[in-house]
Design a protein around this ligand. Structure first.
Ligand code: 6GU
Length: 262
């Protein structure tokens, strides 16, 4: 995968390329990365990349010529790459967009700055517009890093078996299960017994159950557009019965009446 970023702050990307899994992916030739300075394509002594908006108003607009020239050159070098404008007006980035982008030959990111980008760039030079959420950043650079990071970890061979992307939160449409490591007891909280049992079937089932519980508690919206498996429906039904029993007993006998006998 070839990532090219067009930005007026290419140095922002140096620490990003130099650490962790991104660095490992570069070292192992799984990804190629470059940050290109849009200013290198600007004319005149001051190499200006922004100008005042026609029609007045506050803020500055990114000029079309340097941006157009930068996109053109990046496209010549990587003709099969998808050209993505980073803007809060774009479609919302999520796990499924990350998967979609990960099958692309390459991605060229255009980082907007100032108040926006001249509309004629959006019309003729762009394949896609992406936003990373409903808030406004001062520029697209952080969004580019977010997307490159999320897409890179989906490329086959990037994560080791232990870090596999299939078990991640969202990959199955629900949140990842609860995780524990040593020590067995930490500040009064013990690791659940079942994880120490060595019974892989039970552990797997327990993990699915914790995934479902935390998704229900933290992100119930994720259930709306996702088909539930038979096993998942069984687990959810079991809680319904448990919850209904608690409510029923409480309303009949009050709290604590059945404790000891459960
Ligand atoms: Cl991609 N760019 C900017 N400037 N702000 C954003 C964004 C992108 N996504 C959310 N907010």
């Amino acid at each position: 995968m070839n990532f090219v970023v067009l930005t007026i702050f290419p140095e922002m990307f140096n620490p990003f390329w130099e650490h962790g899994i991104i660095r490992r992916a570069i070292d192992r030739n799984k990804i190629r990365v470059s940050a290109i300075d849009i200013r290198d394509f600007a004319e005149g002594k001051h190499r200006v990349t922004d100008d005042r908006p026609y029609g007045g108003g506050c803020g500055m607009v990114m000029k079309p010529e340097p941006l157009g020239a930068a996109i053109r050159e990046a496209t010549q070098k990587a003709p099969l790459s998808k050209k993505i404008l980073l803007t809060p007006q774009g479609r919302r980035f999520d796990s499924s967009v990350a998967h979609e982008l990960s099958s692309s030959e390459g991605l060229i990111f255009i980082c907007g700055r100032y108040e926006g980008v001249d509309e004629r760039i959006c019309l003729d030079f762009i394949d896609d517009e992406i936003s990373i959420g409903d808030y406004v950043l001062t520029g697209g650079e952080l969004a580019a890093m977010v997307i490159i990071d999320a897409v890179t970890r989906l490329i086959p061979g990037i994560l080791g078996g232990r870090e596999s992307a299939e078990k991640d939160s969202f990959s199955g449409g629900i949140l990842e299960y609860a995780q524990y490591t040593r020590p067995r007891s930490f500040e009064g909280h013990d690791v659940p017994e079942i994880l120490l049992s060595g019974d892989h079937k039970k552990i797997e089932n327990w993990r699915l159950e914790t995934s479902l519980i935390r998704t229900f508690l933290k992100r119930p919206d994720l259930f709306e557009n996702r088909a539930l498996s038979k096993q998942e429906i069984e687990i959810l039904k079991k809680w319904c019965v448990d919850i209904e029993r608690i409510i029923h007993n409480q309303s009949l006998y009050g709290p604590g009446a059945l404790s000891g006998g459960q």
